[in-house]
Every structure is written in structure tokens, then in C-alpha cells.
Design a protein around this ligand. Structure first.
Ligand SMILES: Nc1ncnc2c1ncn2[C@@H]1O[C@H](COP(=O)(O)OP(=O)(O)O)[C@@H](O)[C@H]1O
Ligand SMILES: [Mg+2]
Length: 255
């Protein structure tokens, strides 16, 4: 799926680590590309380096080796064209939902957003009637919708999702997976979704990049080339799930 709104992301030869007394190697020569408007899942075990990788694409950190590009230009810092949605909604508890949604762009130096845009974003995620309430009055799923609205109000070209549905119950999670796909289709942004959930990756993505345990390197990339909505009991789904676990198991044997 090619889109005019979505940005092209290129992660090229990225290695990264942290000085924790000794050097902790976290990313090992990672190269991943996402075409404009593509939905790419980055699938790897906990602690493999997925969040670190996403932070580099967000521009919150610079890679020690290699480079990350948006539409061919090196990413040098955070920018409103690249939105980030975390596992926790990180809403300010003393601000209303509407104020929280309006705060993202201001914090990124884009100036105040008009209320119409904020309300449009809230409408988009099904929170039209909740702009005036405080985050404490929202359920977990609603809070995550608000976090989504906060990212969407910027009309980002790339949305980076760091296990955004990880803390939700399975029914709410299923609901929001559908919502994510609808927004992605409507808005045309490029989506990079970090997850450790194989089924979630298959439900959502055009392409799945399998990452090894830390230090993360790309084990394999698989296309998910059957239509959405994807039913976990569909034989193609079952087969792909098995193929993915095979790659993961074989990589464990290699080590
Ligand atoms: N700022 C940091 N300083 C030191 N170690 C870090 C830092 N950020 C992450 N790590 C370490 O890097 C590894 C990968 O972390 P992370 O990218 O959060 O993995 P994932 O998101 O796949 O669970 C972990 O061992 C974590 O402890
Ligand atoms: Mg993480």
C-alpha cells in the first residue's frame, strides 16, 4: 500500500548499545525499511532491543553506528512528523483529555493546536464525548485511545507503536487492533509496531521483521499476504504462525 502521507523509513546498518560499566550491546547491524504507508511489525522477545530501536527512529537517541532516515533524510531528533505511542498512555492526570491531546504538538514546538483539530482527533478514536474529563475517569482502553489521538492530532507521516496494546485485556485489545487498522487505512501513515505477540503481528502487519534476542539482529522478514481481517483460525494464519515460531526456535538452536 503506497500513500502520499506516509513516510519512507530506512534503518541502515544500525548498531547500538549502552555503557553499563561494560558495554551492553543491544542492536547488531540492523537494517529495516518501511515503504510509505506500509504497516511493519517488529517482533522480538522482551529485552531484545525493540524499544531502543524505536527510540532511534523517533529521534530520541542517535545510533552509535549506522543511520536512520525518513524519506532519505537522516533523523537527527524528535519531530512531529513521527508520532510515538507507548505501552502506557502517559497522560498528565491533572489535565483534561482535550488538554492532553493538545499538549503533544505544543511540547514538540509546533505551537498551539486549535480546538477543532483536537476534537477531530478525539472523534477519530471514539472519544468525542470525553474531551472534558480527566484521565482517571477513563478505562485502560480509552486512555490508550486518548494517547492515540494525541499522536494523530499532529497528522504524523510515521506512527511508532511500542507495544501499545500490551497492557489491555484481550477483548479491548482486539477492539483496538481493529481501530488501529481503520486509522492506518484512513490516514495513510506508515506504521512501525513493536510487539512480542506473534498473533498481533500477523493480525496487523503487511510485513513482519523477526528480531533475535539481545543484541537484536534481523532473523528474517515475512510478508503477510492475505486479506484483513485475519482470523487466527484461518489455515494461512496457522501456517504463518508456525513458520514464525520455526524461525524463532531455529535461531535459539543456533545460539
Ligand atoms: N538507557 C539505557 N541504559 C542502559 N541499558 C538500557 C537502556 N535502555 C535499554 N537498556 C537495555 O537494553 C536492553 C534492551 O532494552 P529494550 O530496547 O527496552 O528491549 P525491548 O523493548 O525489546 O524489551 C535491555 O537489556 C535493557 O535493560
Ligand atoms: Mg520495550
Amino acid at each position: 500500500m503506497v500513500s502520499e502521507r506516509g513516510g519512507a523509513v530506512d534503518i541502515v546498518g544500525v548498531s547500538h548499545g549502552f555503557d553499563t560499566g561494560s558495554i551492553l550491546s543491544v542492536l547488531d547491524d540492523v537494517t529495516i525499511s518501511a515503504r510509505p504507508g506500509e504497516f511493519v511489525a517488529l517482533l522480538g522477545p522482551s529485552g531484545s532491543g525493540k524499544s531502543t530501536l524505536l527510540r532511534l527512529v523517533a529521534g530520541l537517541d542517535r545510533p552509535l553506528v549506522g543511520e536512520v532516515y525518513l524519506d532519505g533524510a537522516p533523523i537527527r531528533g524528535p519531530h512531529w512528523t513521527r508520532g510515538l505511542v507507548f505501552q502506557d498512555p502517559t497522560l498528565l492526570p491533572w489535565r483534561t483529555v482535550r488538554q492532553n491531546v493538545g499538549l503533544g504538538p505544543q511540547a514538540r514546538g509546533r505551537g498551539a493546536v486549535d480546538v477543532d483539530k483536537i476534537d477531530a482527533a478525539l472523534e477519530l478514536v471514539g472519544l468525542a464525548d470525553f474531551g472534558g474529563v480527566l484521565p482517571a475517569q477513563l478505562s485502560g482502553g480509552m486512555a490508550q485511545r486518548a494517547a492515540l489521538a494525541r499522536a494523530l492530532v499532529n497528522e504524523p507521516r510515521v506512527l511508532l507503536f511500542d507495544e501499545p496494546l500490551g497492557r489491555l485485556d484481550s477483548l479491548t485489545r482486539r477492539d483496538l487492533q481493529g481501530e488501529l487498522l481503520r486509522l492506518w487505512r484512513d490516514r495513510g501513515f506508515t506504521a512501525l509496531l513493536v510487539t512480542h505477540d506473534v498473533d498481533e503481528a500477523i493480525v496487523l502487519a503487511d510485513r513482519i521483521v523477526l528480531l533475535s534476542p539481545r543484541p537484536a539482529r534481523v532473523l528474517e522478514e515475512v510478508s503477510v499476504d492475505f486479506d484483513r481481517p485475519r482470523d487466527p483460525t484461518d489455515p494461512r494464519f496457522v501456517e504463518l504462525r508456525r513458520a514464525i515460531f520455526d524461525v524463532i526456535d531455529n535461531s535459539a538452536v543456533e545460539r
